[in-house]
Write a protein that binds this ligand. Structure first.
Ligand code: NAD
Length: 295
């Protein structure tokens, strides 16, 4: 089978490389960044010339792109997947989008005979490299089942969450929860730093106690090392939280916590930290209080 992969950045890159390593499929890669393409072609993929080229040649096309506007342009825009893929080609979008946009892209592609699975992923760059991410799939269940061998080649858990839109719903809810956990972790570690406690001892306690979370581990690791290279950029986290807050609004669910986290994100972006890892949010506290959280 010919598998196309468009967008091989921080997440798409390792996911694509696991497909190359773990399957016998012919993988054709396209990205606007030639360096990102090279890391995949060095492993045995071939380079496509354009989105249109990949779409026309492949049986399955995957995308992992930053913003909903990029996904809509690549899927439905001039030179995109809808224009160039053969009917029957399966389109799998691994990006984080709004449910509304996923439904719109799905409907436009369905009219051309191109089934779509909206398949956002969670786990971050480390787990993407390990092939242990979770994939949330919204779309036709039979199409999802047919693609499970491919999806399993770069993940450890594939959950069919319902019709198109429900993958994004699951992803946005999960990320909102993770971001709230991380913001709480930033506040907690700053309290630790100001208290004078040995941060390594505090970390040992939290790691074995009830305050622990995946987000805590990620933030503490980055902060203690003073290394805020992404990872998962604050700009992308801001996009996800904006989409989650829009969803909460559509559902009429009051926001008591997540909107405060959004304010923290806005402060961090206003301070020029948007392209850093999202854990950079702790530096808003660090700068305000002139205290670093390093250990
Ligand atoms: P990234 O910016 O590192 O990678 C995106 C890649 O897409 C870049 O290499 C860019 O050159 C390429 N690109 C952009 N427009 C393109 C186009 N028109 N044609 C071809 N290539 C194009 O972003 P990322 O962190 O890999 O995130 C990708 C998606 O995955 C986002 O939707 C993000 O929200 C989601 N996500 C990221 C993480 C994470 O930890 N980084 C985790 C889960 C989900």
């Amino acid at each position: 089978m010919k598998v196309g992969f468009i967008g091989v950045g921080n997440m798409g890159g390792p996911m694509c490389r696991n497909i190359i390593k773990n399957t016998n499929h012919e993988v054709i890669v396209f990205d606007l960044n030639p360096d990102a393409v090279k890391v995949c072609t060095d492993l045995g993929a071939s380079a496509g010339n354009s989105v249109a080229d990949v779409a026309a040649r492949c049986d399955v096309v995957l995308t992992s792109l930053p913003m909903p506007t990029h996904v809509e342009a690549v899927a439905l825009g001039a030179g995109g997947i809808a224009e160039n893929a053969r009917p029957g080609t399966v389109y799998i979008d691994l990006s984080t989008n709004s449910p509304t946009m996923a439904r719109r892209v799905h409907a436009a592609l369905a009219a051309k005979g191109i089934p779509m699975l909206e398949s956002p992923v969670s786990g971050g760059v480390t787990r993407a490299a390990e092939g242990t991410i979770v994939i949330m799939v919204g779309g036709d269940e039979a199409v999802c089942d047919a693609q499970r061998p491919l999806l399993n080649s770069f993940s450890s858990e594939v959950v069919h969450t319902g019709e198109v839109g429900m993958g994004s719903v699951a992803k946005l809810i999960n990320n909102m929860l993770a971001f709230c956990n991380m913001a709480a972790a930033a506040e907690a570690l700053m309290m630790g730093a100001k208290s004078g406690i040995d941060l390594k001892k505090l970390d040992q306690v939290i790691t074995n106690a009830s305050g622990f979370s995946f987000s805590y581990r990620s933030l503490a690791g980055k902060s203690f090392a003073g290394d805020f290279k992404p990872g998962f950029s604050l700009d992308l986290a801001h996009k996800d939280l904006r989409l989650a807050l829009e969803l909460a609004d559509e559902l009429g669910v009051p926001g008591m916590i997540a909107p405060q986290v959004m304010s923290l994100f806005r402060m961090a972006r206003g301070m020029g930290m948007g392209s850093d890892d999202m854990s950079t949010m702790i530096r808003v506290y660090e700068k305000a209080l002139d205290t670093e959280v390093r250990a």
